[in-house]
Design a protein around this ligand. Structure first.
Ligand SMILES: [Zn+2]
Length: 286
C-alpha cells in the first residue's frame, strides 16, 4: 500500500495522470530563460516536463479528487504534438491505495482546460466514452462552466467538448457560486486569473493545512507573484490573487500542492520562496 502525505487526519496521493512537455518559453512568458532555467530543469531544446497529477485527498468522510489528468483519449498525433512521455493510468494508481474509480465521492476541477479535465471522461474497453468517476459529484465554478458552454475565441482551444459533454445536464455536475465546502475541511473558492472561473482548494484537518492554487502556482518555480503562465487569460487577476494568497499560506506553514510538478509534489516555503520542507515523488512509497 502506498503512503501519502499526511495532513491531520487526511492522506494525500498524487495519481498517474500523464506527463507531457511544453516549450519553456510558452510556460514562463516574460521571464527570461536565463532566470527560469535556474529554477526549473529544461531539455536541450528548452522544453520542460509537466506532470498532470490528479490529487486524491482521503478524508475520514470522503474520497476527493482534484483535477483529472490528461485522460486516455488523446490521439497519436496529439501525443506527438504534446510530447507525452507518460500515459494516464489512474486506475492503477488508485489500486495501489486500495480504491477504485467508483470509490471517489467528489471531483473538484480547478478549471476545465484539457490538461485538467481530460480525465473526466474516459474511453472504456469497448471504446465507448463514459464518466471516469461514475459516482462523484463534479464541482466546477459557474463562471467556468458558462465559458465552457460559450467559449471565447482563445478558450475554445482548451475546452474540449470530448472531455466535458457527458457532464452537461448531468446530476453529477455541481456549479459553485464562489465558495463551497462539500466535505469537512475541503474548501474551494473562485480565484479567476488563469481562466475566468478558475478556483483554488484549501485543505484543513486537525490544525494542519494545505492549499492547491491550480495553474496560478503550477510548479515550485512559480512562487513569485509576477511569474505567471502566458496561458493566463486575466494576468493581472492572477498576480493579485497570488499576492493575496501565497504570503498568508507561507506564514501558516501550509503545504502547497502541485499539479504540474514532476519533481516536487508538495512543499512548504519561506517568505523568500525557498523550499523548507518537501514531499517528492520518492516520498510517495509504492
Ligand atoms: Zn494546466
Amino acid at each position: 500500500m502506498a503512503n501519502g502525505l499526511k495532513l491531520g487526519s487526511f492522506e494525500i496521493f498524487w495519481l498517474d495522470g500523464g506527463v507531457f512537455e511544453l516549450d519553456g518559453g510558452c510556460m514562463f512568458g516574460v521571464v527570461p530563460r536565463a532566470l527560469w532555467q535556474k529554477k526549473f530543469p529544461a531539455s536541450d531544446d528548452d522544453y520542460i516536463q509537466l506532470s498532470n497529477t490528479p490529487i486524491l485527498v482521503k478524508t475520514p468522510d470522503a474520497n476527493v479528487i482534484i483535477d483529472t489528468g490528461l485522460g486516455n483519449k488523446l490521439t497519436d498525433k496529439q501525443k506527438k504534438i504534446f510530447r507525452v512521455t507518460e500515459e494516464w493510468d489512474v486506475e492503477a494508481s488508485l489500486a495501489r491505495v486500495g480504491l477504485s474509480r467508483e470509490d471517489i465521492d467528489h471531483v473538484i476541477l480547478t478549471h476545465c482546460d484539457f490538461d485538467h479535465s481530460g480525465g473526466v471522461v474516459m474511453q472504456n474497453e469497448a471504446a465507448e466514452l463514459e464518466l471516469t468517476w461514475p459516482k462523484a459529484i463534479h464541482h466546477v465554478q459557474r463562471a467556468e462552466w458558462q465559458d465552457v458552454l460559450a467559449p471565447h475565441r482563445r478558450a475554445v482551444n482548451s475546452y474540449w467538448p470530448v472531455n466535458l459533454d457527458l457532464l452537461r445536464g448531468s446530476e453529477l455536475l455541481n456549479l459553485v457560486n464562489g465558495e463551497a465546502e462539500p466535505v469537512v475541511g475541503v474548501k474551494m473558492a473562485l480565484t479567476g486569473g488563469h481562466t475566468k472561473g478558475h478556483q483554488a482548494i484549501w485543505l484543513s484537518s486537525e490544525g494542519e493545512k494545505g492549499v492547491h492554487l491550480g495553474d496560478l502556482f503550477p510548479n515550485h518555480a512559480y512562487f513569485h507573484p509576477l511569474w505567471i503562465t502566458p496561458y493566463d487569460n486575466f494576468p493581472l487577476d492572477s498576480i493579485a490573487q497570488k499576492e493575496k494568497l501565497i504570503g498568508p499560506a507561507v506564514d501558516e506553514k501550509q503545504w502547497f500542492l502541485f499539479y504540474h510538478d514532476p519533481y516536487l509534489l508538495a512543499g512548504k516555503f519561506d517568505r523568500d520562496g525557498k523550499v523548507v520542507e518537501e514531499f517528492a515523488l520518492g516520498d510517495q512509497v509504492r
